[in-house]
Write a protein that binds this ligand. Sequence first.
Ligand code: PLP
Length: 397
Amino acid sequence: MLNLRQLFLLNNAQTSSTPRLLEIERAEGIYLYSPDGRKYMDLVSGFAVSNVGHRHPHVVKAIKDQVDRYMHLTVYGEFVQAPQVKFAVKLVSVLPHNLNSVYFVNSGAEATEGALKLAKRYTGRKKIISCHNAYHGSTHGALSVMGNDYFKEAFQPLLPDISFINFNDFSDLEAINSETACIIIETIQGEAGIRVPERKYMQALRKRCAETGTLLILDEIQTGFGRTGKLFAFEHFDISPDILLSAKGIGGGMPIGAFISSREIMNSLTENPILGHITTFGGHPVCCAAGLATLEVLLEENLMRDVDQKESLFRELLVHPLIKEVRGRGLMLALQLDSFELVEEVCKAAAEQGLIIDWFLHCDTALRLAPPLIISEAEIRTACTTILTTLTKTTET
Ligand code: PLP
């Protein structure tokens, strides 16, 4: 009789040659529990998803209440579904005034797809600019704007008319011109190993887009919903995008994404052709109910208030000869080490000590820290002690 791990390897499609193979039977707050009774502190938040913690009671209640009313009714945009409307109203109420029209999808990659189509449709232009080391998802369109050839080559041909600039490089902004439909950019680059741009760069980018009629798409799929201490990271830079991408954390653990723009821009999807973007499940009522509850938790429990302080504590504690740099903003941090071998060893050893940390798609020499925002000061101290002792042990072996 095969065990669950063996069945997973046999029957579930595998894309990693070294899956972590951790079996979890329950999750609560910042902890994951395995069937053998072990407890793990989740310092990754399921990759920037569980910002309000796993199974937050308010989110769980909203999901259960909605399941008792209805689940899927019909395709996106036809029936008036209260959870979709209420979540959109709440989102619009906390966003800059130009971001007043929300298109719900199922994932981050789908938000990217919708936004790229919208930018082409609205501007009538074909050219798209993205950044080196960017990650916007893994579907064909999203892959086309990924800034790493290694992951793209095998899947060519991808979308045409895409060019890449260096992130946070002022002179490269000249590449944006009156032929550019949009630039898609992470407000803080995530998979590149957490790269925070200069405030002046983001403002120059905003200005260049406005001057050339280019739509600015900010991907806040990883940075959004409080992760950096603001609801969305663009608030740190005093700018606002033409199209905002959100996913991951917005569902409180349920699959949902959104691209958000102005009514004027978004309306271009309603004609020539009609139904310019279609989804069956986008804005699923249960996911929207979870999303609304998540936003309520973030705001009402003031979860963003202490993020800066928690970042400072991590920075203060994470001092070790093997840590070359701590990068990031809020609870989105990268610990730069020397090699992938060391990163891999530390992740493995930390898991044995009950701590889940990981690395980045385009930067496998740095450790990823993205705990739920509800992590306490005492838990941060415990996590940092584990990381430091693990690092020290690796040098001894
Ligand atoms: N954009 C960014 C910045 C991301 O970090 C990710 C996922 O890691 C995506 C887009 C894609 O989101 P999803 O995996 O939900 O398709």
